[in-house]
Ligand binder design. Structure first.
Ligand SMILES: [Mn+2]
Length: 328
């Protein structure tokens, strides 16, 4: 695979390595970061694991091992031998860490987004990989390093979350083979499910109830959508980082092809998450709106309020259907 040998060589040569993932990290971002940090630390490297600010460890991933390898962004030295960006389709996804990443002698980009900008000196990018954790597991294997149980748990977390518990279309026989391999390596598969999915706070569960109650379907467009506001967060006591998977609870409405969840952010902007139920690709929709993502799961940030963001997405989907239906 292109980039694999170069990635392994870079990781084997560098003594001091910075590692980060994208802003608003998900299970794949956190899992791949911790897995690679733990492996390299075990190989005697000086590892600086870091997340772009502002960030809070998402509570559902706080059980993962390796957190002691995290440093604050201001403890991250400039001019490191190597910086690894995980699960970032472009360097901007590193947020405020971008200059530090650029100041390193080498930037290694490990990612599986189809719109990856190949921004590294070394790019290990495979859009057919289920997750960045899958790519990290290939790196570890190619380097001949052992996957310890703690590392296996981190990798399994990314694999499970990016495939929606092996439900999304990016799930292949290879995904199951890797899951089996990680389980054999000692991944605590039960703990991952219990901590990530069967571990919601009461405030979040009540917020989910509101989102389900409000769901609307736009006939003729196959769109199901719902929204949550800052007021909802305040009244239920839920916090945004725990709402990452909320959209998956809206995905099962029969007869729909796109699901959207609008989340009002503290600054008044709206984070729009999109999921596809069938062959309809939401990645291009998100990119058309200034965001990014995959065919099945994508998102963007809207400057409009919730109501305006809903209208604007409906317009965009109508326009796209019109263009597809147009002759020639
Ligand atoms: Mn990912």
């Amino acid at each position: 695979m292109k980039g694999l040998q170069a990635a392994v060589a870079a990781l084997e040569e560098a003594g001091e390595i910075g590692i980060s993932s994208h802003v608003n990290p998900d299970g794949d971002g956190v899992g791949s970061l911790l897995a690679l940090a733990l492996v390299l630390h075990g190989q005697g490297r000086k590892v600086y694991a870091c997340m772009p600010e502002p960030w809070k460890f998402p509570p559902q991933y706080s059980f993962l091992p390796g957190r002691e390898l995290f440093v604050d962004p201001d403890e991250l030295p400039e001019g490191l031998e190597l910086f690894v960006a995980l699960d970032c389709s472009n360097a901007e996804r590193l947020g405020p860490l971008q200059p530090i990443a650029r100041s390193a002698s080498g930037l290694l980009n490990i990612d599986h987004h189809e719109d990856n900008q190949q921004y590294g000196e070394i790019n290990l990018v495979d859009e057919h990989a289920s997750s960045t954790c899958e790519l990290v597991s290939r790196v570890i294997r190619a380097a001949g390093w052992t996957i310890e149980p703690e590392v296996a748990t981190c990798l399994y977390t990314g694999l499970v979350t990016d495939t929606g518990r092996f439900e999304h279309r990016n799930t292949s026989s290879y995904t199951f083979a890797l899951a089996s391999e990680l389980a054999a390596a000692g991944a605590d598969t039960f703990q991952v499910i219990r901590e990530v999915y069967d571990n919601q706070s009461l405030p979040y569960t009540r917020l989910l109830g509101r989102a389900l109650q409000r769901i609307e379907v736009v006939d003729g467009l196959g769109l199901a959508y719902s929204y949550i506001t800052q007021k909802d967060l305040g009244e239920t006591g839920a916090v945004l980082p725990e709402t990452e998977d909320l959209i998956d609870h809206l995905r099962s409405v029969r007869g729909t092809r796109v699901v959207a969840l609008f989340k009002e952010l503290a600054d008044g902007k709206v984070r729009v998450s999109l999921r596809s139920r069938d062959a309809y690709e939401v990645g291009p929709v998100a990119r058309g709106m200034g965001g990014g993502g995959h065919a099945m799961a994508a998102g963007y940030t809207s400057e409009l309020d919730v109501e305006g963001s809903i209208s604007s997405l409906i317009r965009e989907l109508r326009d796209r259907d019109g263009r597809t239906a147009a002759p020639g």
